[in-house]
Design a protein around this ligand. Structure first.
Ligand SMILES: Cc1ncc(COP(=O)(O)O)c(C=O)c1O
Length: 420
């Protein structure tokens, strides 16, 4: 009897990702920078191509067949986003260019109009710059004050410190679901519950959770949630804002222009119904339709299955990282099943700059990220100039982790030899 190893999820899907099958610097590509951006399956690439080859036309405007087809596909993709995150209504999904634009939309439309001097905004020290800078701009303009949740000793969101920070002055809590540097998974349902008790609104930055696990906005009960398409197998240039219907209805438009109006007079305008009120100008039509295709692709695999497979990879990654005692990994440790944190690891190695690490790993075909990962305040908090970061997706394999670990060991040995 011959033994046939069971096929992993990655074995089944890798053929769908043409970019993975190439050599970089003469070595097979090992792409481990998925937290920065994910790769795109053929379904998404073909969807983009089909749009431009078969029904390229503007949406919501023309009465002709191509325009109707483009509009239908564009709006069908919105239904897919709504279903994917379990929004109560399709009107609660606003297309944006990315998560950053979605946060800015809330900051300018809601923040500038609802915050005043002395009001408090609670963020955490682990936030991506996209979830800090817009609130700094709002605070400068309105006189609102920013407060920051710090980390537990293991490198997670400090819920008890959060409970001490929050008060009747708190008007907004905005935090990530999963940290792109620490990999911790924040208790967003609990955070939302606590914030609502004080009458504060809650925004969840779901950039690093939506591509990797089931996310249910009604279960979290957050007021807004944002994500970027390019991190979830869709193209760049498309993301979305989810907002509770009544709240979005109460918010004024952020951008003015075509598409977002009901009637325009020389001296004033009335606005379109949701979601169009927030979508001025010709949108990223192909990209939105391709986001729908990416969601079809992910849903077809199943987010539970993706999460379970990535947890297995996380357990393996952390087991292998233990073979490299020279490095320090940040954020909480996973349990034996790989649960309890995301499938990424930011780390430092004494005496080796993260940029040198990633440059040398690139020579081996291994793509990892180095630097501050747009979390400079977190790196300052941890007193680090930068970290190297390996981040996994469901198309990565154990063999790729082995190649990464081997290259990492060799690189560190090379530097150690250099130091002698
Ligand atoms: C947690 C988190 N928030 C926000 C962003 C910003 O995403 P984008 O640049 O697509 O707007 C990122 C991107 O790395 C992220 O990881």
């Amino acid at each position: 009897m011959t033994f046939t190893p069971t096929k992993t999820l990655a074995d089944k899907v890798r053929a769908d990702f043409p970019i993975l099958h190439q050599e970089v610097n003469g070595k097979p590509l090992v792409y481990l920078d998925n937290a920065a951006t994910s790769q795109k399956p053929l379904l998404v690439l073909n969807t983009l191509r089909d749009y431009y080859e078969q029904y390229n036309a503007n949406v919501h405007r023309g009465a002709h067949t191509l325009s109707a087809k483009a509009t239908d596909a564009y709006e069908a993709a919105r239904d897919k986003v709504a279903k994917f995150i379990n929004a109560a209504s399709r009107q609660e999904i606003i297309y944006t260019r990315n998560a950053s634009e979605a946060i800015n939309l809330v900051a300018y439309s809601w923040g500038m109009n609802n915050l005043q001097a002395g009001d408090e905004i609670i963020l955490s020290v682990m936030e991506h710059h996209s979830n800090i800078v817009p609130w700094q701009l709002v605070a400068q303009k309105t006189g609102a004050v920013l407060k920051f949740v710090e980390l537990t000793p293991e490198g997670s969101f400090d819920l008890s410190q959060f409970q001490q920070l929050i008060s009747d002055k708190t008007k907004l809590v905005s935090t990530c679901h999963v940290s792109n540097t620490l990999g911790c998974i924040n208790p967003v349902g609990e955070i939302t519950n606590i914030a609502h008790r004080y009458g504060a609104k809650v925004l969840i930055d779901a950039c690093q959770s939506v591509p990797h696990m089931p996310v249910d906005v009604q279960e979290i009960n957050c007021d807004w949630l944002v994500a970027s398409g390019h991190k979830m197998c869709a193209p760049t240039g498309i993301g979305f804002l989810y907002g509770k219907l009544e709240l979005l209805e109460s918010m004024p438009p952020f951008f003015g222009g075509g598409e977002m109006i009901a009637d325009v007079y020389l001296d004033h305008s009335t606005y379109a119904e949701l979601p169009h009120k927030f979508e001025a100008g010709t949108p990223a039509i192909a990209e939105a339709i391709a986001l729908g295709a990416a969601i079809d692709y992910l849903s077809n695999i199943g987010m539970e299955r993706i999460h379970a497979y990535e947890a297995e990879l996380t357990a393996y990654l952390f087991q292998k990282l233990q073979e490299v005692p020279q490095i320090q990994v940040y954020g909480p440790k996973p349990n034996a099943q790989g649960e309890g944190r995301a499938a990424l690891a930011a780390f430092t190695a004494a005496d080796v700059h993260p940029n040198d690490l990633s440059t040398l790993l690139d020579q081996e075909g291994v793509a990892i990220r180095s630097g501050h990962h747009c979390t400079q305040p977190l790196h300052r908090y941890l007193d680090l100039p930068g970290t190297a970061r390996v981040s996994l997706s469901f198309y990565n394999t154990r063999e790729e982790i082995d190649i990464f670990i081997k290259a990492l060991k060799e690189t560190l040995e090379f530097f150690a030899g250099f130091m002698e």
